[in-house]
Design a protein around this ligand. Structure first.
Ligand code: PCD
Length: 793
């Protein structure tokens, strides 16, 4: 298929209207450079904002002298934390009920924290004037190591919180500790392993930014911003700034990648709003690469101890884990309120267990806040990594093939809906065929034979397997909310008189192709060609309320809403058709785009005819209003649980310890597939992400809390050169509760690939006696692992 990527199974369902491999409607704009991003916006009289950031990780702010900066001829405004405090705006709520400083007042708590901002006539002057601000700091001991953050000697980072006397954020547990202990006690085999998921960063191509424009005459604030959740952000601004909600319009224009990085509200957005309120002018703030890497939402940073209990024959009985979670200086995690550790509870994976237990402690450190779901439905990436790594450790212990061990323990198809030992109800799944397909596509047995031949020649080759189950599509509103906002999505559909349609969504695309796939969903239901359906999204004045795009929730939640709203329109169309054809509703048959009278092939009306009648002259059936439109708010019954099987082949250079991913086979199951081409693109992107995390990426700090990964020279992200031609395949296990059976897929490959790659590297190194090595598996780490180990036979 495209880009030289081999596709094992090509859907040949190129239907004129509906699901299928359709080119993206948004691409003519993107490939011509006509995308319109926040930084493309130029408004008359617009001013530019730049932020002064702390060079220290932990220090008291003694004074901030802005006189020289204010004297700069092009500077219009300089604002400090003290000034914000006077207006009650120095602190803002985070998405997890903590507070975060907009500008520091008392202390700085991480390197890169916002201390003051300058608004000037151009971007350069604003940046220059930052250097004229004189801040006096009193350095404090930084808390960098999460393992010592709770020791009684550790300085208290969050002394702004009343009564806070340590760096503890929360304790959380799930599963049954006693039952798990009992299973571990009687198990033949117990394996445990310390596993670190290092701090990484979503690093979208476009950094974060905003243009705020407050119109003092009509009292309306318009904020163009890089947000994955425009409606949720608007409500929070209304609460923080005390502005009425209908006087705030949040627009999320084209977004150059989100990956979870654009879910939180950052101080920069609030600063831009304040600046526009104070100057009466539009104000633009766009961060640079270093600011994005140093100060915005990171991901992972979990130190985990994994334990697995099994019988000698390889029956897995229980999994147990203890996690120390680094949340940085402010708890900026974006997760549903009830789930402080996100959906980490799915760490039981794809296996039918007798017991499971997890205990987690989260702490503050002097590092950037976050813990965002970076291509990860709320910590599922960490959960899948833990279980897939520990299962491989067990396979090594039992000297059993890793595929064989997994196959023996899969939840069986007849067990769905399956309630896990931590209380998650997996909607559907059929795991063995997915694993079998991956095995066949990879030529697994031949690969093992090849590995034996190569080992005999002293070459270092590894084969790694992983199998994931994700939980995506948050969520039923009874269980899930963000800061009290229920996670249900509105959707509106309007069919114009000539049969063209516009569908309005609350979710927001950041490159996923929603303008195409949501048109396809409606097209499939109504028989209107997708080209005739306009998708409107990313503007709170134009779209119904909903919680936004993250955790692969758009298809599971808004996708369901789009299908159901189209069915509502179809129901109304049926009534109108019965009037037009002068038959009862029961005599009508629907066939994509057309209502026919049963048994009379010549009597039919198309959806376009019906649309015209709905708006035209002439009577409509009794009780039917004019127009052809509907709206809905969809509250999902459950999450959807996609799954997949991955096989990775690596070669390690014995001289340099450099890992090369030679082959990667990914078989994903996201239920009904709306657009196979887009799905493949999502999978290719996620697999590339996985190579980055497994082999290259880490946000590192020195002992003073200096971030060592503030540029793309230091924070390595993969390109086409570091990845193989992806080999993809799929199986289809529809979701029983989703109206079209679709599950999310956007994050699947990012979740499933790191364990496959690490398992492959560890498999390659097993002749050296190695059972585990932590990501990122850079040449130096692999070299260290190999060094001093006995040379393989
Ligand atoms: N699909 C289909 N079918 C199915 C599913 C799906 O077709 N079954 C498709 C859809 O429709 C879209 C896509 O695919 O278009 C995706 O989807 P989903 O899964 O639903 O998801 P969404 O929600 O839409 O999205 C989200 C995701 C996430 S979450 C992330 S990270 C990432 C992904 O997405 N990001 C991104 N991917 C991507 N891509 C791009 N290009 N960019 C970006 O940024 Mo988070 O939580 O935020 O962390």
């Amino acid at each position: 298929a495209a880009n030289g990527h081999r596709t094992a199974f090509v859907d040949n369902d190129r239907k004129p209207a509906g699901h299928g491999r359709m080119l993206r409607k948004e691409d003519p704009r993107f490939v011509r450079g006509r995308g319109r991003y926040v930084d493309d916006l130029q408004l008359p009289g617009m001013l530019h904002l730049a932020i002064l950031r702390s060079p220290l990780a932990h220090a008291r702010v003694l004074s901030v002298d802005t006189a020289l900066a204010e004297a700069h001829p092009k500077v219009r405004l300089v604002v400090t934390g003290a000034m914000l405090a006077e207006k009650g705006l120095a602190w803002m709520p985070t998405l997890s009920n903590d507070v975060q400083a907009v500008l520091a007042t008392d202390k700085v708590r991480f390197q890169g924290q916002e201390v003051a901002f300058v608004v000037a006539e151009d971007r350069y002057a604003a940046r220059d004037a930052l250097e004229l601000i004189d801040v006096e700091y009193e350095p404090l001991d930084p808390v960098i190591d999460v393992r010592t953050a709770l020791s009684p000697e550790a300085p208290v980072i969050r002394d702004d919180l009343e009564g806070k006397s340590d760096n503890h954020v929360f304790d959380w547990e799930t599963g049954d500790a006693a039952a798990t202990e009992e299973v571990f006690r009687r198990a033949d085999v117990v394996v445990s392993q310390d596993i670190v998921y290092p701090r990484v960063h979503p690093a979208p191509m476009e950094t974060c930014g905003a243009v705020a424009d407050y119109d003092a005459v009509d009292g309306k604030l318009t904020l163009w911003s890089t947000t994955q959740a425009p409606h949720a952000h608007r409500t929070l601004y209304a609460i923080v700034a005390g502005l009425p909600e209908h006087k705030i319009r949040v627009v999320s224009p084209d977004i150059g990648g989100g990956f979870g990085n654009k879910v939180p509200i950052y101080p920069g957005y609030v600063c831009a709003i304040v600046a526009s309120l104070l100057t009466g002018k539009p104000v633009k703030w766009v961060e640079d690469r270093a600011e994005n890497l140093i100060s915005t939402g990171f991901a992972r940073d979990y130190i985990m101890r994994g334990e697995i209990a099994a019988t000698r024959e390889g029956r897995i009985l229980a999994v147990r884990t203890n996690v120390l979670a680094d949340h940085g200086a402010f708890n900026g995690v974006a997760a549903p309120t009830k789930y402080p550790a996100g959906f980490f509870g799915v760490f039981t994976g794809s296996y039918d267990l007798e017991a499971a237990y997890c205990k987690m402690t989260a702490v503050y450190t002097n590092k950037a806040p976050g813990g965002v779901a970076y291509a990860c439905s709320f910590r599922i990436t960490e959960a899948v990594y833990l279980v897939e790594r520990i299962v491989d450790c067990l396979a090594a212990e039992l000297r059993m093939d890793p595929i064989e061990l997994r196959m023996r323990n899969f939840i069986r198809p007849e067990q769905f809906p399956y309630r896990t030992k931590t209380g998650w109800v997996y909607d559907s799944g059929n795991y063995a065929p997915t694993m079998e397909l991956a095995k066949r596509l990879a030529g697994y047995d031949e690969l093992r034979a090849e590995q034996a031949r190569r080992r005999a020649r002293g070459e270092i080759m590894g084969i790694g397997v992983s199998f994931y189950t994700e939980a995506v599509g948050a969520g039923p509103r009874k269980d899930m909310d963000i800061l009290g906002l229920g996670m249900a999505d509105g959707c509106e559909l309007r069919v114009h008189p000539t049969g063209k349609a516009v569908v309005r969504l609350s979710v927001q695309s950041q490159g996923q192709g929603h303008e195409t796939t949501f048109a396809q969903i409606v097209a499939e239901e109504l028989g209107i060609p997708p080209q005739d359906i306009e998708v409107v999204h990313g503007d709170t004045d134009q779209t119904p309320f909903g919680l936004g795009t993250y955790g692969s929730r758009s298809t599971p939640v808004s996708g369901a809403a789009a299908a159901l709203v189209a069915r509502k329109v179809r129901d109304k169309a049926r009534l109108i058709a019965s009037g037009m054809l002068e038959v009862s509703v029961a005599d009508l048959e629907w066939e994509k785009g057309t209502f026919r009278v049963a048994g009379d092939p010549d009597a039919f009306v198309t959806i376009q005819d019906i649309a015209m009648r709905a708006h035209g002259a002439g009577d409509l059936p009794e009780g039917v209003e004019g127009g052809l439109e509907a709206q809905i708010c969809y509250n999902p019954e459950n999450l959807t649980y996609p799954h997949g099987a991955y096989i990775c082949v690596v070669d390690i250079d014995p001289g340099t310890a450099k890992v090369t991913v030679r082959r990667f086979v990914a078989v994903d199951d996201c239920g009904t597939r709306i657009n196979p081409m887009i799905i493949e693109g999502q999978v290719h992107g996620g697999l590339t992400d996985g190579v980055g995390m497994a082999l290259m990426e880490m946000i590192a700090f020195d002992e003073d809390g200096n971030c060592l990964s503030g540029s793309l020279m230091d924070y390595l992200i993969p390109t086409a050169l570091e990845v193989p031609d992806w080999e993809t395949g799929f199986t289809v296990t529809p979701s029983p509760h989703h109206p079209i059976g679709a599950k999310g897929v956007g994050e699947s490959a990012t979740v499933g690939s790191p364990p496959a790659i690490v398992n492959a590297v560890v498999d390659a190194l097993s002749p050296f006696g190695i059972r585990h090595a932590d990501m990122p598996l850079t040449p130096s780490r692999v070299w260290e692992a190999m060094r001093g180990q006995p040379v393989p036979p």
